[in-house]
Structures are given as structure tokens and as C-alpha cells.
Design a protein around this ligand. Structure first.
Ligand code: PBG
Ligand code: ZN
Length: 327
């Protein structure tokens, strides 16, 4: 008999204890950021039809939701606002009594230890639904920056712990950093949507946040899914401009990009597990075609393994519960 030469990898998989000993990647509650949609009005808790389990909350219903998030041990939420009225420049975004500002005040009063991250964009507040100002069918870059900086400052004033600009105008980090510093918020970090692709996976979010562009698309400011080198350029410029965290978005179809960014930069990396990714899993789970808990945990673990330090995910409450069960 010839002696076959091979390695016995199965030795380290032989029991649960052995497997636990060599486990390389962990998902923790501390990694999670939970998105919350706040809407002007009263007595609203409306489920987003393409995102089962995700709701729009009016302020009078927000408290209970926040209590639950805190009780589950989730350390941070990211807020998206739906104003009662929209206009050409997105006034609701930077109004001191805008919906995000009011929600921030409410949350910080109730749970000062919960980190409030404010998404900084104009698209939910503009009547045309674009992330910057427009002229005809053009999305204006430079004149949008001042409005974005004002939005960030009003969010910081309301008590936001972190500013997360998602608009993809060039120079938004510089403009927002300058605005925050000038207003005395030099200690408020910027979690930049540095690498944000023009993705079809944002579909359900546009129901959730009522922020669909009323004409055209976002391809002149969000990135082409084909591109990898462009991700390096975007990450690099945001770092130079003063970003404190880098978001890569979406996550699932961009795990290679998460790894690239992690390997080449030293800031904390945040994966955004977006609405369409959530909707796909939910749809399959509701049909019992997949085991939701196992699939979600495997998916998020994959994002961690790819190099993300933090994950923005609509699954956060479920995940926090499941991780607790496992202990
Ligand atoms: C708005 C914004 C979007 C998302 C986060 N902020 C939509 C978009 O850019 O079209 C998407 C989040 C998701 O799909 O979960 N700038
Ligand atoms: Zn936007």
C-alpha cells in the first residue's frame, strides 16, 4: 500500500470545543448599528411593506422602540427622517426642529448612552428626491455642500454623536468637518459613506424613507458597481478630508471592496447591509425556504470576516436576541 500524503484538517473540527478553540471571526452585539426611520405626524408605526419587521415611527411611538434597542444591548442607531413637507433645497434636513433633530433630542434625553448617528443627506427632504441641489436635470456639487454642512451642524446641535453623510457630493467631508469645527463640534466624528455604489439593492429603502429620485438616477454621484480602483480613490480622499469611519455600501455584493478598504486603510470600516439585502433574506425566510437565523448570522459573519468592524443592519434587533440565546 502506498502511503497517501495529505493534511488532516478535520482534526481541528472534531468537536464543538475544538471548533470553538480555533474560531477566527466573531459577531458581537457591539458591532451592530440599527437604522430607524422617523416620520412627522402622530400615532404612526407603519411597517415598510418590502421590509417586514421594519417600521416608520412618529416621535410619540419612538420611545418604546428605543427602550427595546437599548435593552437588547445594541450600542448605536442611525436615523433617517421623513418630513411632512419637502422643498427644492431640503429645508427639513437642516431645520433645528426637523424630524431627525427632534428624534435625536428625544433619544438622547431618554438614553444618553445610546449613540445616535445622523444620516446626513438631502434626498428624503427635497421634492425632487436627489441628494444635492439641482438645476434643470443637473445635480449641483459645490452649492450642495453648504446645505449639507448646515444639516450636519443642526444634527450635532440636537445632540447627534456621529454624523454620517451619505450624499456622495465631492468634498462633503471637508465641508462638513469645517462646518462642525466652526460651530464648536470638533469632537463629533464623521462616519463617511465613503464608498457608496449606485446600487439596485437600495430599492426597499426608497419605500422606507420616501427618497426615490423623481427624475433620472444617482449614477452621476454614486459609484459604478464595476469599479474597484475608484473605491481606493474615494476612501483616500475622505480620509484626507477628515473622515473618522469609512462606510462601504452595499455589503453583500461588495465584500471584496470591504476587504480592499480594510487592507489599505486604518480607520474603522463599516459595512452597510442594505435594504435589498434584508428584503431578500426576509422574503425567503417568510416562505420557509431558508432558516432565517442561521442565514442572517452567516451573512453578517461574512461581512466581519471580509474586514468590517461594524455593521449597519436592519437585522440588528434579531441578531442581538440570537447572540444572547447562544450564550
Ligand atoms: C440616502 C440613502 C440611501 C440609503 C442610505 N442613505 C438611498 C440611496 O442612496 O439611494 C440606502 C440604504 C438602504 O438601502 O438600506 N442617501
Ligand atoms: Zn441621499
Amino acid at each position: 500500500m502506498t502511503q497517501l500524503q495529505f493534511q488532516r484538517h478535520r482534526r481541528l473540527r472534531s468537536s464543538a470545543a475544538m471548533r470553538a478553540m480555533v474560531k477566527e471571526t466573531y459577531l458581537h452585539k457591539e458591532d451592530l448599528i440599527y437604522p430607524i426611520f422617523v416620520i412627522e405626524g402622530e400615532n404612526i408605526k407603519k411597517e415598510v411593506h418590502s421590509m417586514p419587521g421594519v417600521f416608520q415611527f412618529s416621535l410619540d411611538n419612538l420611545g418604546a422602540e428605543i427602550d427595546e434597542v437599548v435593552a437588547l444591548g445594541i450600542p448605536a442607531v442611525i436615523l433617517f427622517g421623513l418630513p411632512a413637507e419637502k422643498d427644492a433645497v431640503g429645508t427639513g434636513a437642516f431645520h433645528d426642529h426637523g424630524i431627525v433633530q427632534e428624534a435625536t433630542r428625544l433619544i438622547k434625553a431618554q438614553h444618553p448612552e445610546l449613540l445616535v448617528i445622523a444620516d446626513t443627506c438631502l434626498c428624503e427632504f427635497t421634492d425632487h428626491g436627489h441628494c444635492g441641489l439641482i438645476e434643470g436635470d443637473q445635480i449641483l456639487n459645490d452649492s450642495s455642500l453648504d446645505y449639507l454642512a448646515r444639516t450636519a451642524v443642526s444634527q450635532a446641535k440636537a445632540g447627534a454623536d456621529i454624523i454620517a453623510p451619505s450624499n456622495m457630493m465631492d468634498g462633503f467631508v471637508t465641508a462638513i468637518r469645517a462646518g462642525l469645527d466652526e460651530a464648536g463640534f470638533e469632537n463629533v466624528p464623521i462616519m463617511s459613506y465613503a464608498v457608496k455604489y449606485a446600487s439596485s439593492y437600495y430599492g426597499p429603502f426608497r419605500d422606507a424613507a420616501d427618497g426615490a429620485p423623481q427624475f433620472g438616477d444617482r449614477k452621476s454621484y454614486q459609484m459604478d458597481p464595476s469599479n474597484r480602483m475608484e473605491a481606493f480613490r474615494e476612501a483616500e480622499s475622505d480620509i484626507v478630508e477628515g473622515a473618522d469611519f469609512l462606510i462601504v455600501k452595499p455589503a453583500l455584493s461588495y465584500l471584496d471592496i470591504i476587504r480592499d478598504v480594510k487592507n489599505n486603510f486604518t480607520l474603522p470600516i463599516v459595512a452597510y447591509n442594505v435594504s435589498g439585502e434584508y428584503a431578500m433574506i426576509k422574503a425567503a425566510a417568510i416562505n420557509s425556504w431558508i432558516e432565517e437565523k442561521k442565514v442572517v448570522l452567516e451573512t453578517l459573519l461574512g461581512m466581519k470576516r471580509a474586514g468590517s468592524d461594524l455593521i449597519i443592519t436592519y437585522h440588528a434587533k434579531d441578531v442581538a436576541r440570537w447572540l444572547e440565546e447562544k450564550k
